[in-house]
Design a protein around this ligand. Structure first.
Ligand SMILES: C[S@@+](CC[C@H](N)C(=O)[O-])C[C@H]1O[C@@H](n2cnc3c(N)ncnc32)[C@H](O)[C@@H]1O
Length: 215
């Protein structure tokens, strides 16, 4: 997103990309891209320039911040100039499972994943994406529009490989025991198998404008 935005605004524009972990962002060397280490919940907004941005865009970050999403959105809103747009992309993860009940790996994956409660029990909000429009409204944003999209892909596809690694990392962070390891293996085996068709997460995109000029 940082690179794409830098391309869109052109040489006269300016993009600021922030994260608490800028390891990957720092590799990007673009003239109109500034990379800043910044915690949206804890660091002062002065480092970013409150009230100055035409667009603030965040993706797949808020679902990490369970219970503090509204606080983070309010901080992002403060960064916008009046009339500027806030966009957040976040998902419903419960859908991420095989779709063909006749496949021998379907039941095992579904039993382990439990419509995403495997994720809930590890501290994540599995259905956060659908809460965005109500949250945007509470933060005072206007002209709110919300869309969601997903697709069905094969095991072994780039998404399936990314999802398997994500599950492994989440399991490791939760200190997964032996039975967690077995559940994980059932899911990663299905995700590596090209005969398994998998519905991805439902990716929500919500946008809203800070009250002020319509320009
Ligand atoms: C799933 S990754 C998404 C990364 C990127 N936005 C993307 O869409 O590919 C979540 C990111 O949120 C960052 N993050 C978590 N808590 C944060 C916070 N309080 N402030 C800023 N970034 C945070 C993490 O370091 C991580 O890079």
């Amino acid at each position: 997103m940082a690179v794409w935005l830098a391309e869109q605004v052109g040489p006269a524009g300016h993009v600021v990309a922030t994260d608490i972990d800028t390891r990957y962002l720092r590799r990007l060397e673009l003239q109109n891209l500034e990379v800043l280490e910044h915690n949206i919940l804890e660091d002062p907004l002065e480092a970013l320039g409150p009230g100055s941005f035409d667009l603030v865009c965040s993706r797949l970050t808020l679902f990490h911040l369970v219970g503090r999403q509204e606080q983070a959105l309010r901080q992002m809103t403060k960064c916008l100039r009046p009339g500027g747009w806030l966009i957040d992309e976040d998902a419903d993860w419960g859908t991420a499972a095989p779709v063909d009940p006749a496949h021998p790996l379907y039941d095992g994956y579904r039993r382990a994943w439990q419509d995403g409660d495997w994720w809930t029990s590890r501290g994540y909000d599995k259905a956060f994406g659908q809460k965005l429009p109500a949250l945007f409204e509470r933060c005072g944003l206007q002209d709110i529009r919300h869309e969601a999209a997903t697709e069905v892909v094969r095991g072994g596809s780039p998404w399936a490989r990314w999802w398997a690694v994500t599950l492994e990392v989440i399991n490791e962070l939760g200190g997964g025991d032996e039975s967690d390891g077995r559940e994980l293996e059932v899911m990663t085996t299905a995700l590596a198998d090209p005969t398994v068709w998998v519905l991805r997460e439902l990716l929500h995109a919500c946008r809203g404008r800070r009250v002020g000029d319509t320009a």
